[in-house]
Design a protein around this ligand. Structure first.
Ligand SMILES: C[S@@+](CC[C@H](N)C(=O)[O-])C[C@H]1O[C@@H](n2cnc3c(N)ncnc32)[C@H](O)[C@@H]1O
Length: 233
């Protein structure tokens, strides 16, 4: 393993804004402080598959009233974001190392206002479809964690993942609120269309790829979606 990576694995273990949850360590959401902060934050927003957390940091800087939690299973990556958050004195940022398959164990049901999925791995092979972060079992988990009408935002340059996500959301019974295919633009989703740029999005833009966006809710179809967010989610 490269020395730099090894050093990050070591450093991340001591950062106050990182929680590392080991492999199959039994855990319940009641154990974690962010579930007991009550009205301390206006909203709690997750970035799932946060990598180095560029998205989390940018949103946290723009909306200090909200709590932003970056989740990934690669702790050396979140080490970068967590150290930057400390250096920038961003006290409304936390990182959690856990597989997203287990997030129901660390967040209180109905406590998350929005979920960001910037550039999730597309896992193009059919046999790996279950690993896509928009596969139905993940949608089940997001639906449980989100407040009624809470939104999930996806950004990707993969046409395949984009179409797969649209179809999966509709089949699941969710509602696509805005999407590139429907002419998604600042008029609908100012924050999402003009918001931060993650590391993978930057690389995709440099390659000349087209970025596709999708916002959906996972409450019953008849439920009214929340109004277009102006507060960072
Ligand atoms: C393609 S990268 C995108 C990183 C970042 N969102 C960006 O846009 O730059 C996908 C990230 O998702 C993480 N990831 C993928 N599947 C995951 C899972 N099941 N649980 C936790 N993290 C996962 C990977 O470790 C990786 O950091």
């Amino acid at each position: 393993m490269p020395k730099n990576k090894r050093q990050k694995y070591e450093r991340v273990r001591h950062l106050p804004n990182v929680t590392l949850i080991e492999g199959d360590e039994p855990t319940t959401w009641q154990s974690y402080p962010w579930n007991h902060m009550g009205a301390a934050n206006t909203a709690t927003v997750l970035e799932l598959g946060c990598g180095k957390g560029e998205y989390t940091l940018a949103l946290a800087a723009d909306y200090p009233q909200n709590l932003y939690v970056g989740v990934d299973y690669k702790s050396h990556r979140m080490c970068v974001g967590a150290e930057k958050a400390l250096a920038r004195n961003l006290t409304n940022v936390h990182f959690v190392r856990i597989r997203i398959e287990r997030i129901r164990n660390v967040f209180r049901p109905g406590s998350i206002d929005a979920i960001w999925l910037p550039f999730p791995d597309p896992h193009l092979k059919n046999r790996n479809a279950k690993l896509r972060l928009t596969a139905a079992p993940f949608l089940d988990a997001y639906a449980e964690l989100l407040v009624p009408g809470g939104r999930v935002h996806v950004k990707t340059d993969s046409a395949h993942l984009y179409e797969y996500t649209r179809e999966t959301v509709v089949r699941w019974g969710g509602r696509v609120v805005a999407s590139t295919a429907d002419g998604w633009g600042p008029r609908w989703e100012g924050d999402a269309a003009n918001g931060p740029i993650s590391a993978y999005e930057k690389a995709a833009s440099i390659r000349g790829s087209t970025i596709k966006m999708l916002t959906f809710t996972l409450t019953a179809r008849r439920a009214k979606p929340m109004p277009c967010a102006a507060g960072g989610w």
